[in-house]
Design a protein around this ligand. Structure first.
Ligand code: NAD
Length: 296
């Protein structure tokens, strides 16, 4: 048996197309152009690449992209002042502060200064609480993308055993809450979990968000399970740089029922979901119905 490969790149293109259609409708019928403001502090090369591709895709779907690039030594007061200004600006529907921030800035304080209604990353403590209590919130983009792919593949997730490996605030915990919201039986595994292989082998759905190259092996996976690989790890193999996930793809593809590749799986869905969150925020801000299928 060989698993169905879940094509995140193609799926993300359909999400962006849906967002684009809705943006056109907002412009034509209501004269509203959704706007996403991205704040980058410093010159971290990976962050610069992310911010550039976020900006490009924002414009491609017809939204306004506002980029604010600040010096690495920007003070907390100046950053908070910029966020206050963006919070008050009605043309800005989504605000994203690119993480990680330089060490002298308190990330929690900065994120919690964003208006929760504009918090398109879903990291504000209010959104975390709303998600945790099953209420309408802004949902973190990476887990939202995973959920969309799982729903598309399975239809209903109700009653399935899901194991999330990793308990980070940006992936593992929100992912577990989303799966719980779709009535899965959820286990969160982490670095102190005993018998990880035994835990994973019970799962109908495995979401790996660890940051360890090719850690999850095929003989851990229940036959026919769905494997979602969030990991992005740069390794060197045969003298070449390579991007691999947290899942050992070759051994898992032979056992799983469905699997996401790296690259081309979860990664492209993350930016697509950022755009989806921006249009959701824009509709909510204007008291308009939200597009179907673009949120949890
Ligand atoms: P993190 O470092 O914040 O969390 C890693 C988690 O893995 C921790 O909760 C830890 O307990 C767990 N862990 C560590 N070693 C373990 C082990 N041996 N066994 C079981 N659990 C273990 O990482 P993160 O921010 O959640 O990211 C995880 C991975 O996902 C990284 O590779 C990151 O690059 C990737 N990522 C991808 C996207 C995307 O868009 N595709 C987005 C965010 C993160």
């Amino acid at each position: 048996m060989t698993a169905t490969v879940i094509d995140g790149k193609a799926f993300a293109a359909t999400v962006r197309e849906k967002v684009g259609t809705h943006v056109s409708r907002l412009k034509d019928e209501h004269g509203i152009t959704p706007g996403l403001a991205v704040v980058l502090v410093g010159e971290d090369p990976a962050s610069q690449v992310y911010v550039r591709s976020k900006g490009k895709m924002t414009v491609e779907v017809g939204m306004n992209s506002m980029e604010h690039k600040l010096d690495v030594d920007t003070s907390e007061a100046d950053l908070l002042a910029l966020i206050a200004q963006l919070n008050a600006d009605p043309s800005v529907h989504g605000i994203l502060v690119q993480l990680p921030l330089p060490d002298h800035l308190d990330s929690d304080l900065v994120i919690n200064s964003i208006d929760p209604a504009k918090d398109v990353d879903g990291f504000h403590i209010s959104n975390v609480g709303l998600l945790g209590t099953g209420q309408k919130s802004m949902v973190p983009c990476t887990p939202l993308g995973c959920l969309m792919m799982l729903r598309d593949h399975h239809g209903s997730l109700s009653g399935l055993n899901a194991v999330v490996i990793g308990r980070s605030n940006i992936v593992g915990k929100p992912m577990a809450n989303l799966l719980l919201g779709d009535s899965c039986t959820v286990t969160i595994a982490h670095s102190r979990t005993k018998d990880l292989q035994g835990v994973v082998s019970q799962a109908d759905i495995v979401v790996a968000a660890v940051g360890r190259p090719e850690m999850v092996l095929g003989d851990w996976i229940k036959k026919g399970a769905t494997v979602i690989d969030v990991g992005i790890n740069r390794i060197e193999r045969d003298g070449k740089n390579k991007l691999v996930g947290d899942v050992d793809y070759d051994s898992c593809v032979a056992v799983a029922g469905a699997i996401t590749p790296v690259p081309g799986g979860v990664g492209p869905m993350t930016i697509a979901c950022l755009l989806a969150n921006t249009i959701t925020a824009c509709c909510r801000a204007n008291g308009l119905p939200e597009p179907d299928g673009l949120t949890a």
